[in-house]
Structure formats: structure tokens, C-alpha cells
Design a binder for this molecule. Structure first.
Ligand SMILES: [Zn+2]
Length: 254
């Protein structure tokens, strides 16, 4: 009998750090009843199903920064925890160059079921902690931890890492600058390899960060750099002091 993982796993909820970490694409789990959404097992190991290496990187950062961490429990192919529900990319019928047969022609009931089972509990847990920290007047910086594929639709990406931000431009730029000092200017994408798009492509930064007036960004690391647990741990060791430095600088947002 298959056991169902929780939609959200919360680690170190009482951590002392200003950072609150989210890993919205932590898992490639798809319940057996979905038959892999019609995809062969090898496709469910690719980045289209999850962010390779992101869980280990996020866990390493959580430990080193003493930061709370929320890990999603299900594949982004069921419903993406960093997309607004109802957006076309929330339950994708195509991801990169791969059609997702099990997402075609879904009725409203199935969409609502997936949102209730795999999306809502994750974000409710995050919102509860952010509410509590606001009531306690604690400084909070929201960071989503992600990985990106080195080649997308045949085009190589030049960066080792990227920082994506919208409202908290001062914080985002400070993080880019500090990362570039460590990794090299050309190695860090400034709002690359994506941009924050609240209407279609983003949820964490606009909802948990910008709407609350908190500093917020997504960290993106190239997946081949963190695909093994020791490599992810080495990157966590490298990146944790960068984050600690940026958080200790005076508030830069406004
Ligand atoms: Zn991601």
C-alpha cells in the first residue's frame, strides 16, 4: 500500500535566522493513481518534475543559517507550488518540450482537488509562520530555493546561479552583488534565468514577500552543480555566509 507523503514538511520552524526558506519544487512524487501523468519514469527524474538538488541545498542552508524551511511533498507537474492556481502554467499540459498527457482536459473538480491537496497546505503553513513572526515583530526575509537546467530548449545558460526579485529590488540587488563577488560577475544572473511574473509564473515572491512588504527573492542554482548530496552541501557551505552577510547589512528595500 502506497503511503502518501505530507504536502508540506516544516523543518526548524523556530529557527533564529531572519531567513524563511521555501523549497516549492522539492519533490517529484506523484501518487500511483496518476500513473505518472502518462510520462515514462525517466521524465519524472528530469527537472520538469522537480528541482534537482534543491532539497539538499535548502536543507544545508537551513542548518547553517538556523532558518525555518518548508519543503513541498509533491511534483510540480501535479500542481506547481510557485504558480498562481488557475494560471496556465499551474497545472502544465506541456513542460519545456514534453507534453504531460495526464494534465490534459482536467475538469474544475480535479483542479480544485489538486489545489486543496498539494498546494494549499504548503502555503497555509508558510503564511501561519509569517503571520506569527509579524506579530512578534521579527525581521523576515523570504527566499525560495530552486535549481535550473543548464540547457533549456537547446540553449545553454551561462550562469552558475541566479537571483530573482521584484518588489524588494534593494535586497535582490544586494544579494546579486554579494554573490557575484564570490562566484564572479558573469556567473550570477540578475533576474535571470527567469523574471518574477506575478500574474502567470510566480507565487512565493509576490504573495509571501512583496504583498507583506518583506524582503524576498528566489535563489536559483544550476542543477548539475548540486545534483549530488555532497555537492549540494558544499554549495550550502559556500552560500550560507553570503546570505548571512546580506541579512546583516542595513535594510535596503525602500
Ligand atoms: Zn523551481
Amino acid at each position: 500500500m502506497e503511503t502518501a507523503p505530507p504536502a508540506v514538511t516544516t523543518l526548524n520552524e523556530g529557527g533564529a535566522s531572519p531567513f524563511v526558506l521555501l523549497c516549492e519544487h522539492a519533490s517529484n512524487h506523484i501518487p500511483e493513481a496518476y500513473s505518472g501523468l502518462g510520462l515514462p519514469p525517466r521524465d519524472l527524474q528530469r527537472h520538469i518534475a522537480w528541482d534537482i538538488g534543491a532539497t539538499d541545498l535548502a536543507r544545508g542552508l537551513s542548518c547553517r543559517l538556523d532558518a525555518p524551511l518548508f519543503l513541498s511533498g509533491y511534483s510540480r507537474l501535479l500542481i506547481d507550488c510557485n504558480r498562481p492556481p488557475g494560471a496556465p502554467t499551474s497545472i502544465p499540459t506541456r513542460s519545456e518540450d514534453t507534453d504531460i498527457p495526464g494534465n490534459r482536459d482536467l475538469d474544475a473538480g480535479e483542479r480544485a482537488r489538486r489545489e486543496a491537496a498539494y498546494f494549499a497546505p504548503f502555503h497555509a503553513a508558510v503564511a501561519r509562520l509569517l503571520d506569527r513572526r509579524a506579530a512578534e515583530r521579527r525581521r523576515t526575509v523570504v527566499v525560495g530555493v530552486h535549481s535550473f537546467t543548464p540547457i533549456f530548449l537547446g540553449v545553454p545558460r551561462p550562469w552558475l546561479a541566479g537571483v530573482l526579485y521584484a518588489g524588494a529590488a534593494g535586497f535582490g540587488r544586494a544579494l546579486v552583488k554579494r554573490l557575484a563577488a564570490d562566484l564572479g560577475a558573469d556567473a550570477v544572473g540578475d533576474n535571470e534565468p527567469y523574471r518574477i511574473e506575478p500574474e502567470e509564473h510566480d507565487y512565493t515572491v509576490p504573495v509571501h514577500g512583496d504583498a507583506r512588504g518583506l524582503d524576498a527573492a528566489l535563489l536559483e542554482v544550476r542543477q548539475d552543480l548540486i545534483a549530488s548530496a555532497p555537492d549540494a552541501e558544499a554549495w550550502a557551505a559556500r552560500l550560507a555566509p553570503v546570505f548571512a552577510d546580506v541579512a546583516s547589512a542595513p535594510a535596503t528595500r525602500r
